[in-house]
Design a protein around this ligand. Sequence first.
Ligand code: CND
Ligand code: ZN
Length: 375
Amino acid sequence: MTTAGKVIKCKAAVLWELNKPFSIEEVEVAPPKANEVRIKILATGICRSDDHVINGSLVQPLPIILGHEAAGIVESIGEGVTSVKPGDKVIPLFNPQCKKCKTCKHPTGNICMENDMTAATGTLKEGTTRFTCQGKSIHHFGGTSTFSEYTVVDEFAAVKIDSSAPLEKVCLIGCGFSTGYGSAVKVAKVTPGSTCVVFGLGGVGLSVIIGCKSAGASRIIGVDINKDKFAKAKELGATECINPLDYKKPIQDVLVEMTENGVDFSFEVIGRLDTMTAAFACCNNAYGVCVIVGVPPNGQNLSINPMLILTGRTLKGAIFGGFKSNNDVPKLVSDVLAKKFKLDPLITHVSSLDKINEGFDMLRAGKSIRTVMTM
Ligand code: CND
Ligand code: ZN
């Protein structure tokens, strides 16, 4: 029996209020309107950015269905959709690529002007939501909302991937892996023989390490206050790991001493102002490049002495590893299939949507890297 054109009732995790657990609810998912795609989500990862919404660091309209790191199969398409068809394997794109806006036409810019992160409306482009629960309209998150068995996205926010891709693994290409890997290879442009430091050894930080290693860095220093993260970081390419709590001096001073006047490339992959300041200060004064990857707390400012910039350091940042998502996501999936890199070490737990709150508790307790919920 086809579901196309009909409302689908399914399970979703709804966030009704900040700092509260998700409620597993039966939601109604309306059929896709013109230029929209309804997707059956088969696997979705838990990323710290979702948690930033729960704790208010990343401001979004409530109630909302979070989740932005996923893979699924197209269930039905709205009028005018040409890039995907029912049955295609797809990855939803929280940082979409419409290919028509000024940013998409720029050779490197990747914050498509159709994105719903920078000024979140919580709706699709048409201006309304496709989710209803208990008679209330529920917002979309980043145009993806993957903590639901079915979701609807704008056509520009879904991309077809290889039909043989294992969805329970490549879902990480929807955010964590691509963000970290791209931050190293595409944003920082890590060079062979260089020294890198990565602050924060979660799923995104470890993916930065994978990128630094593949770019030929000879020294990769991991920094984390949770030493349980060190073994995996070393397995993936960190040459040494340090814990700021083991030193009396500020960690940037320790790093500058360890590396003879600072590192070539530093990455902040936590989302804190103090570690952003440290990451910037520990890169070489003449040519160091610092990349901000972590999502900072809402409405706060960094205070930086301009002298740090004047001598030649570069401070930059990127969403989604600087990748143009529609172009690059299918290639990254093919790279996984070609065994260019492995996603398995990043997946520490496989779970289900019913256990979403336990999954977030594990992330907060520092006990998981990525939990992938399969449906
Ligand atoms: P996760 O929580 O798994 O990792 C963060 C790591 O930082 C943990 O291992 C912590 O122990 C460590 N940590 C916390 N505080 C400190 C500290 N003071 N000093 C040193 N280490 C510390 O998070 P994740 O890997 O999922 O995400 C990391 C950040 O990246 C987070 O801010 C998330 O929102 C952001 C992000 C950005 C983008 C993007 O497009 N730029 C995409 N996804 C996630
Ligand atoms: Zn993310």
